[in-house]
Design a protein around this ligand. Structure first.
Ligand SMILES: O=P(O)(O)OC[C@H]1O[C@H](OP(=O)(O)OP(=O)(O)O)[C@H](O)[C@@H]1O
Ligand SMILES: Nc1nc2[nH]cnc2c(=O)[nH]1
Length: 175
């Protein structure tokens, strides 16, 4: 069977939800500057769209991490591949992710970043798979809770493909 993509969340719904999240974040951060941290690569599409809808002052930084561990299951202990350019001290930080699955990546990343002395630190994710959670991470803003299926689009890849899809889809027809 050829590889096909089934739409899980259509583009219009994603856009509408990002609009709502931008509004809520703007209300919650009223009178402050929000410092968005994008976890590359997947988070980049969501962060750009979200940032455009936030009405309080926004600054942005980017980091890239990789999980490593023994065997097939990642330990989630994160290695920083590209660190942030700016210090976090005194900033109201909002980490922006495309998806939270086991929660391991964010659990370890939060520990590292909290040591840098931000004034506050919260998490915003486009997608959440709560069924898959292994580490307890408190997620403050969630676009969509989704079932345990492998999704692509809006920054998410399958073998580095499909990140550019403007909707959330499920890859079908692969072994
Ligand atoms: O909750 P977890 O089980 O830790 O999984 C979530 C992580 O997996 C994805 O990144 P990925 O490693 O696919 O990197 P990419 O964004 O560069 O594709 C996603 O962007 C999160 O960082
Ligand atoms: N592309 C992709 N990456 C993930 N990382 C953790 N869960 C997923 C998923 O469903 N899709």
């Amino acid at each position: 069977m050829a590889e096909t993509i089934r739409v899980l969340v259509p583009e219009k719904e994603v856009d509408k939800r990002i609009e709502e999240l931008g509004k809520k974040i703007s209300e919650d951060y009223a009178g402050k500057q929000v410092h968005l941290i994008c976890v590359l690569k997947g988070g980049v599409f969501f962060m750009c769209e979200l940032a455009k809808r936030i009405t309080v002052p926004v600054s942005m930084d980017f980091m890239s991490v990789s999980s490593y561990g023994a065997g097939t299951e990642s330990s989630g202990i994160v290695k920083i591949v590209k660190d942030l350019d700016e210090p976090l001290e005194g900033k109201d930080v909002l980490i922006v992710e495309d998806i939270i699955d086991s929660g391991r990546t964010l659990f370890h990343l939060m520990k590292i970043l909290k040591e840098r002395g931000p004034k506050s630190m919260h998490i915003c994710t486009l997608l959440d798979k709560p069924e898959r959670r292994v580490e307890d991470v408190k997620v403050d803003y969630v676009g969509f809770n989704i079932p345990d299926e492998f999704v692509v689009g809006y920054g998410l890849d399958y073998a580095q493909k499909y990140r550019n899809l403007p909707f959330i889809g499920v890859v079908e027809g692969v072994e």
